[in-house]
Design a protein around this ligand. Structure first.
Ligand code: SF4
Ligand code: SF4
Length: 174
């Protein structure tokens, strides 16, 4: 018997709370079903941006240029099912590589869960609304143009400081 389980066999309060917890708190990335894994993406679009890495510091600077398959208005891949056939350097996220992909934004839901952290307020799994990632200033919707093989000097001029996420709206009393 687990040490925190009452002698009458009923689940302890801690066990009951864990069973009620949402899947991203109960499961590791490896344990998630495909549907759970896919739903974890908040749709920010930042992993589809062209970034430049400072060789000395490892810092990643994001531009406002996206992968050419990115649909800027929808803030989503233009052909998600065929992305690896169409774009050679599109990276498939996996439970194994997420912790190593330091170019993923710090707000990326996969990165957060891999680090044992909770999702932010704007995530649709928390808010119940896929628009909140845009309302919170986290997404790049409507703010990018496709890369066209520009040289590094041009890319450097396209580096932008993406806005900080907005705070969660205050709850009003019923
Ligand atoms: S950065 Fe992460 S959360 Fe944002 S679109 Fe890419 S995979 Fe989804
Ligand atoms: S192929 Fe699609 S998912 Fe991959 S980087 Fe381009 S837009 Fe993003």
């Amino acid at each position: 018997m687990p040490k925190d389980q009452p002698a009458d066999g009923r689940p302890s309060a801690a066990q009951a709370a864990e069973e009620k917890a949402p899947f991203w708190k109960r499961k590791t990335l490896k344990e998630m079903s495909e549907a759970e894994w896919e739903s974890l993406c908040d749709g920010c679009g930042k992993c589809c941006l062209v970034g430049l890495e400072d060789e000395d510091t490892g810092e990643i600077y994001l531009t406002d240029l996206s992968c050419k398959l990115f649909d800027a208005d929808k803030c989503a891949c233009g052909d998600y099912a065929n992305r690896f056939k169409k774009i050679d350097d599109c990276t498939k996220l996996t439970p194994d590589n997420v912790p190593e992909l330091h170019w993923l934004p710090k707000t990326c839901a996969y990165r957060l869960v891999a680090a044992g952290r909770d999702l932010f307020w704007w995530h649709h799994l928390i808010s119940g609304d896929r628009e909140t990632v845009h309302a919170a200033n986290v997404s790049v919707r409507g703010k990018t143009s496709p890369e066209r093989g520009q040289k590094v000097a041009t890319l450097m001029r396209r580096i932008v400081e993406w806005p900080k996420p907005k705070r969660a709206p205050r709850k009003t009393k019923p």
